[in-house]
Write a protein that binds this ligand. Structure first.
Ligand code: BGC
Length: 673
């Protein structure tokens, strides 16, 4: 820039007879955009990455400044930069080897730090004192004022307008809004046009005609702009265009906790099976989840094995006077990558079928104004993102199938698509992402990375964090809701119970403390502060005669923990048809701080998987696989510490009715029936 300006002034002098004074010859363009990413976070600590793009002239040294938002945030170690921190303010300067940064080059460094309470992202980034606003100050403005240079030798700011949509346009949700801009760059070329909703970047186009298709737009009002850049990175933002998206399903206000005051839909199919069991009428009126576990489950064609389509369920809900219905979205490509009992119908690469044959039809049904009075809760994709965190790398329990799904990105893409599309289907739609359970994500090595993955996944959805109303833990699992004796700070002989074989250094011993802590973690990473947790209490009661009524008096750590714990499993990694389990807390709203509801998403009495290989045929119409974890004789794998499976014998394929299990669940219910 400096060199260019000198040339301009010479040209200008020649053109005007030497009388022009260039007032800003010493001006150097400066500008930057900054990105702050928390790459890992755990209780008390975090790791972050800073990437600053230099939009101005090339630099030979740099000093990046920013502000933390919480007094507890302190840098402990930094790499690729030197640091000084004073209160909330931090400065990072270059090392001997990375001071030179070209125009459009990136300054990158990382650090670890401490935090408590909250860990907000850094703000107010500067480079060498210039605020990182995402654009440069234009050096040409005052030069052209005094020197009137020709357009070809002195680039001025681009000219841009948003030509589509036109101001005042209305669309129907979930909408596709086609954006188009016309842009020119006097004296230069247009390098790119960005399209924004408010301050959120929607998309970028680098060649004319400049267009972007914004899809899955939810009901609401939006302010759209186009921002054009010239070759020198000088930018201009167009006049804003206001549009409105209406319709979809505007079933009343989107409330904080949909379970408050709601009458929850009772699935008549499950209810009939429960009622047909001796004693089953004591629970057959409880609401349970409706699992959309295949494409066929949406329309329930004859011969598919499904008796009730999704529309029929919603019609039934209207007939019941229900105001909330719970659907489980469970059909990702390469589903259930760490186990075999619930492998799905779509292969690892069939993401387009997932979108068009599965999510799109579900979203269209949820968007039907006929169902506007029903709050529709979507439980989004059990086990999928957690499997990417713990079972897709070099861990003890890793599987090739999970590594494939991590590498091809289709779990993340699928969840993002489901969140975007379902959220946009109406104001009566509520998305809860599956967050595994404490015996899966309760270690700090999994807790932070899982929350981080949830955050980056949600941020990549159209609508970002607002597409997520909350999370659910313990879906179809057996982790105890509360451990009154084996609390995380308990000690035996002066030693923490965390070192017992059962707890195995986990930071949580039960679902309630885990769910509440995980909620805080998610909020600290940017999720809305009013997100709520659901806990599936369908089968985590652990009542009956084996339930301890007092803490053990043993002085041996492992004996004490095993005798005192409510969860009677052999290992917390066991998940299939657990022997000794009971029905848990009955479904109810706002049972504890941060918890939107206790729910029965897994319908009690439906098997988790067959105890032996059942060939495809009348007893296994869906061709479900066989997982050793459902075989009582299996001695385990890396995900359950190579322990016995603890599974009940003679179980049918997953989802099929398992009378013996239902009877035991009622017998061991806690609270008792
Ligand atoms: C099965 C589904 C079933 C669900 C509820 C899952 O384990 O894979 O097919 O609908 O459990 O029982």
């Amino acid at each position: 820039m400096r060199r260019k300006l000198a040339l301009i002034s010479a040209a200008a002098l020649a053109a005007t007879g030497g009388v022009v004074v260039i007032t800003n010859q010493a001006f150097a363009a400066a500008g930057c955009s900054a990105k702050y990413t928390i790459t890992n976070q755990w209780p008390g600590g975090f790791q972050a990455q800073v990437d600053v793009t230099n939009l101005g002239d090339a630099l030979t040294s740099w000093n990046v400044g920013w502000d933390f938002g919480n007094a507890s945030q302190t840098i402990t170690q930094i790499w690729n930069a030197n640091k000084t921190q004073s209160g909330l303010h931090v400065n990072a300067t270059n090392m001997s080897y990375n001071g030179n940064v070209a125009t459009n080059g990136t300054i990158s460094f990382g650090f670890t730090g401490n935090w408590s309470g909250a860990n907000p992202s850094g703000t107010n980034f500067t480079v060498n004192g210039t605020a990182c606003t995402g654009s440069t100050s234009s050096p040409s403005a005052s030069a052209s004022a005094s020197a009137s240079p020709s357009a070809s030798s002195n680039p001025t700011a681009p000219v841009v307008s948003l030509t589509s949509p036109t101001s005042g346009s209305t669309f129907t949700a979930p909408a596709t809004v086609g954006l188009a801009a016309s842009a020119s760059a006097p004296g230069s070329t247009v390098s790119k046009v960005e399209f924004y909703n408010g301050t959120t970047l929607l998309g970028t186009d680098t060649s004319s005609p400049y267009t972007f298709s914004w899809t899955n737009v939810a009901t609401g009002s939006y302010s759209l702009t186009a921002k054009a850049y010239n070759a020198a990175n000088v930018s201009t933002t167009s006049t804003a265009v206001s549009i409105t998206v209406t319709g979809g399903n505007t079933g009343g206000t989107h409330v904080d906790n949909p379970y408050v005051g709601a009458k929850v839909y009772v699935n008549p199919d499950w209810s009939a099976k429960a009622a047909a069991e001796p004693g089953g009428s004591r629970v057959s009126n409880q609401p349970t989840g409706v699992w959309l576990d295949t494409i066929a489950a949406i329309t329930a064609p004859s011969g598919s094995g499904y008796t009730t389509s999704m529309r029929k369920h919603l019609d039934n809900a209207l007939a019941q006077g229900a105001t909330l219905a719970q659907f489980v979205i469970y059909n990702l490509p390469g589903r259930d990558c760490a186990a075999l009992a619930s492998n799905g119908e779509l292969g690892p690469t069939e993401i387009n079928r997932y979108k068009t044959e599965y999510i799109d039809p579900i979203a269209a049904i949820e968007a039907d104004p006929k169902y506007a009075s029903i709050r529709i809760v979507n439980i989004v994709e059990i086990d999928s993102l957690p499997n990417l965190v713990t079972n897709a790398g070099g861990e003890a329990g890793a599987t090739a199938a999970c590594a494939t799904m991590k590498a091809n990105g289709n779990y993340v893409t699928g969840v993002q698509y489901a969140l975007s599309k379902l959220h946009a289907a109406g104001t009566n739609i509520y998305n809860y992402i599956d967050a595994a359970h404490h015996g899966w994500l309760g270690w700090d090595s999994n807790f932070g990375p899982a929350a981080q993955l949830f955050a980056s996944t949600a941020q990549g959805a159209t609508g970002g964090f607002s597409t997520v109303d909350g999370f659910i833990t313990n879906t179809a699992n057996y982790s105890a809701l509360s451990e009154p004796f084996v609390t995380i700070n308990a000690t035996v002989g002066g030693q923490s119970i965390r070192q017992s074989k059962w707890v195995d250094w986990n930071f949580y011993t039960d679902e309630l403390t885990f769910a509440q802590a995980f909620r805080n973690q998610l909020v600290s990473l940017g999720f809305n502060s009013n997100i709520g947790m659901l806990i599936d209490t369908s089968r985590n009661g652990w009542g009956g005669s084996a339930r301890p009524t007092a803490a053990s008096t043993s002085t041996d750590m492992n004996t004490w923990v095993n005798a005192s714990r409510i969860d009677r499993r052999i290992h917390a990694g066991n998940w299939c048809n657990q022997s000794g389990a009971g029905l848990g807390e009955r479904p109810r709203a706002t049972p504890a701080p941060g918890i939107d509801a206790y729910v029965w998403i897994k319908p009690p009495g439906e098997s988790d998987g067959s105890s032996s290989l059942i060939p495809t045929g009348p007893n296994n119409p869906g061709g479900k696989g066989f997982d050793g974890m459902c075989d009582p004789a299996y001695t385990g794998n890396g995900r359950n510490g190579n322990s016995m499976s603890g599974a009940l014998p003679n179980a049918p394929v997953s989802g099929a009715w398992f009378s013996a299990q239902f009877q035991q669940l009622m017998q061991n219910a806690y609270p008792a029936l």
